[in-house]
Ligand binder design. Structure first.
Ligand code: NAD
Ligand code: IPM
Ligand code: MN
Length: 351
């Protein structure tokens, strides 16, 4: 059968703890699996100054997929690992779709008192290679009273159209067939104009899809007051980053939120590169090393990874094991450690 070659980047802080549990669950699925672990992250940077060496990046291109924990550490200046490791991977491997489901599982507590699972079931398609993450910028007269810092947002017709098309394809395959563009067209008039026109043009090819628009500020309100408004959300890189932490919060917490940095090109094509799956959360220095991190987000990211590789049945088994575990949490009397949660979900996958 299929032999999966997986690269693993545990990274920093709780990234290392949650990835161990994700791999445990993946092992239990019973596939032919070959994993290679890369020690990228804060320790490597502090020891050698390296973030993502060219040879490592070249090697990573040869895997079927990548599983990442989290990067970022208080010992490293902000932005170094985030930009030169994580974002570099997303950009170099052309992960133009950052797929972030926002889904309330049955039995999971949400801060939205009246929300039921059917009210919170959306998928945020966050653009992954452009926006303010990729724009030019600079500082002039740093440290003076006349200092000026600029940080541009880069939006190309090519980059916007490909992610919008992906989002429409997702929307048309879902029962509600609704797509909402989230932007800030009333202020970011140049980028907003491009995004709006692309959505309008592509929507003509998807007559079954209802297309909607929502400003970013209003969207953050509606996520809390009327999450049932949303089915597929397509948005820019930074808006999508913010909105999916909010999405995580309404759907049971950041410890449950999974993501995939997807390169949708067909395997074998020139533009194909391995997709990379990771929890939405970061390295959580405040709880690192204490066994307190919830590994569920990583385990659900493993399910997304399996799904991406076409292993639909295996993906469903992992997601079901998580769903069953989440139901059990309602009545559980004891707080479980990272490892205990991983063990319990692994046992459910094994059957
Ligand atoms: P964070 O997501 O690491 O933590 C925010 C809060 O959520 C913390 O209180 C943390 O304890 C809690 N939390 C996060 N994951 C949890 C889990 N699995 N279980 C239980 N609680 C959890 O965000 P932050 O504090 O803003 O950032 C910390 C570092 O992580 C920074 O260096 C940041 O750049 C980096 N970061 C990396 C990624 C990534 O690698 N994809 C994502 C976000 C932040
Ligand atoms: C995320 C993170 C990253 C992002 C950072 C660490 C670069 O917040 O994966 O959501 O902003 O995309
Ligand atoms: Mn984020």
């Amino acid at each position: 059968s299929l032999n999966i070659r997986l690269a693993v980047i545990p990274g920093d802080g709780i990234g290392r703890e949650v990835v161990a549990e994700g791999l445990k669950v993946l092992d239990a699925v019973g596939l032919k699996l070959e994993t290679t672990t890369y020690d990228l992250g804060a320790a490597r940077y502090n020891a050698t100054g390296e973030t993502l060496p060219d040879e490592t990046l070249a090697e990573l291109r040869g895997f079927d997929a990548i599983l990442l924990g989290a990067v970022g550490d208080p010992s490293v200046p902000p932005g170094v690992l985030e930009r030169e490791l994580l974002l570099k991977l997303r950009f170099e491997l052309d992960h133009y779709v950052n797929l972030r489901p926002v889904k309330l599982f049955p039995g999971v507590e949400t801060p939205l008192a009246a929300a039921r699972p059917e009210d919170i079931d959306m998928i945020v398609v966050r653009e992954g290679t452009e926006g303010p993450y990729a724009g030019a910028g600079g500082i002039m007269r740093r440290g003076t009273a006349q200092e000026i810092a600029t940080q541009e947002s880069l939006n190309t017709a090519y980059g916007v159209e490909r992610v919008v098309r992906y989002a429409f394809d997702k929307a048309v395959a879902r029962p509600r067939k609704k797509l909402t563009l989230v932007h800030k067209t009333n202020v970011l008039t140049y980028a907003g104009d491009l995004w709006s026109r692309v959505v309008e043009r592509v929507s003509a090819e998807y007559p079954e899809v209802t297309t909607d628009y929502c400003h970013m500020d209003a969207a953050s309100m509606f996520f809390v007051t009327q999450p049932q408004r949303f089915d597929v959300v397509v948005t820019d890189n930074l808006f999508g980053d913010i909105l999916t932490d909010l999405g995580a919060a309404i759907a049971g917490g950041i410890g449950l939120a999974a993501s995939g940095n997807v390169n949708p090109s067909p395997k074998g094509s020139e533009s194909w590169a391995p997709s990379m799956f990771e929890p939405v959360h970061g390295s959580a220095p405040d709880i690192a090393g204490q066994g307190k991190a919830d590994p569920t987000a990583t385990i659900l990211s493993v399910a997304m990874l399996l799904d991406h590789l076409g292993l639909t049945e295996e993906a469903a088994r992992v997601e079901q094991a998580v769903a069953d575990d989440l139901i059990g949490r309602q009545t559980a009397w004891a707080q479980r450690s990272t490892r205990e949660i991983g063990d319990d979900i692994t046992a459910r996958v094994t059957g």
